[in-house]
Design a protein around this ligand. Structure first.
Ligand SMILES: Cc1cc2nc3c(=O)[nH]c(=O)nc-3n(C[C@H](O)[C@H](O)[C@H](O)COP(=O)(O)OP(=O)(O)OC[C@H]3O[C@@H](n4cnc5c(N)ncnc54)[C@H](O)[C@@H]3O)c2cc1C
Ligand code: SF4
Length: 332
């Protein structure tokens, strides 16, 4: 039994002070990931700082025309928010592709960004894992690695980030707002999560005394041409083997802007801007999509059980682009 203390923060400043001054203190929001980690003994916090009553639970319009998602708004309330559904349907779809209705009712936006990998060995205390215990070794590299990464891996860790929401936020180029003892910061979404390198125990660039306050969506929502395709072992209640968020601007049959982000393939949502730019200014055809699919996984390396993900990712990119470009048109 690992005993811990509990406190409920009444404002953001005191929440930050609590985690900044108490060794082993962590925030708890919906608890859907953290409580599992505590029950499995993967995480052993000395103190839980409950942030659920902080005033970070609103979705509000931004002066620049974007939308601010409070860190404590639930995933369900975000996905079904009228503005999100109408202006950022890609985000709504991605959230609803994840977990279950019950979990989405509890899970918060901040917690979704911070959720930890689903690598089986990370949860299994009987096996070495560099993410859980730096220097211990990685059981997945020579183990059962069917769900693991094919891009951006290191010889220390080949885990993937499990979120669906984060894949859409990457394509939308959201900005994460945080506050800590050093003041406020805005972190572009692409810089929020990290590749494993030789510090796989660190998932994000959030400092230990910082709290996420909001996730800001830019004005452009790609509501006319988008797709979130999630390929998984079951059609519900399963994490992605590969997912693709596609967001396009089109002028007739010509693509004028492309954003593509992949989930299930790396330690963070994966973007390859060179591959994306191949589509800009050209007509939407399957041949072009296949070329982009090839380019986006260039450099991918499979392990014993997950090489299939390379071909799967290419095909998922083609399918997502087909969905996104055909929106609002009749089949020809
Ligand atoms: C069975 C199951 C299936 C799931 N399937 C999917 C899926 O298919 N797709 C998907 O995307 N997700 C899935 N999830 C994950 C789920 O979306 C996350 O557990 C959830 O989003 C975490 O949010 P939370 O508020 O419950 O976080 P918590 O569990 O409360 O916290 C998680 C972490 O975030 C930190 N944290 C929370 N809020 C903040 C903040 N504001 N600032 C800084 N740190 C913070 C906590 O300290 C903790 O480290 C699944 C979960 C379960 C249990
Ligand atoms: S892939 Fe990462 S999380 Fe999984 S066992 Fe290796 S070090 Fe641990």
């Amino acid at each position: 039994m690992n005993s811990f203390s509990y406190t409920r923060a009444s404002d953001v400043a005191s929440a930050v002070r609590e985690v900044g001054t108490n060794h082993g203190a962590v925030f708890i929001a919906g608890g859907t990931n953290l409580i599992d980690l505590i029950k499995e003994n993967v995480s052993r916090p000395a103190r839980l700082v409950d942030i659920t009553r902080l005033p970070l639970n609103r979705i509000e319009a931004l002066d620049n025309g974007g939308l601010q998602l409070g860190a404590l708004v639930t995933n369900a309330d975000t996905a079904y928010n009228e503005q999100v559904e109408r202006r950022y349907p890609l985000l709504s779809r991605a959230i609803l592709a994840g977990a279950s209705p019950q979990l989405r009712n509890m899970a918060t936006n901040g917690g979704n960004l911070m959720q930890r990998t689903r690598c089986y060995y990370f949860y299994d205390l009987a096996t070495p894992c560099n993410k859980r215990e730096p220097g211990a070794g990685c059981s997945a590299i020579d183990g059962f690695n069917r769900i693991h990464a094919i891009l951006g891996t290191s010889d220390q860790c080949i885990a993937v980030h499990p979120s669906d929401m984060c894949v859409a936020l990457t394509a939308l180029e959201a900005v994460v707002h945080v506050t800590g003892s050093g003041g406020d910061r805005a972190i572009p979404f692409a810089e929020f999560h990290r590749l494993p390198g030789d510090t796989p125990q660190i998932d994000t660039n959030l400092r230990s005394d910082e709290i996420i306050t909001s996730i800001d969506l830019p004005p452009k929502g790609f509501a006319d041409h988008y797709a979130y395709l999630k390929v998984r072992d079951r059609t519900s209640y399963a994490f992605a083997l590969v997912s693709v968020a596609a967001a396009l601007e089109m002028d007739g049959d010509t693509i004028t802007e492309t954003r593509l982000a992949l989930g299930g393939v790396a330690h963070k949502p994966w973007r390859n801007r060179d591959a994306e730019s191949m589509l800009n200014g050209i007509e939407a055809t399957k041949d072009h999509f296949e070329a982009v699919g090839e380019a986006i996984v260039r450099g991918a390396v499979g392990f014993r059980h997950n090489t299939f993900k390379i071909e799967l990712a290419k095909r998922a990119v083609v399918r997502a682009l087909q969905h996104a470009t055909r929106m609002g048109r009749r089949e020809r």
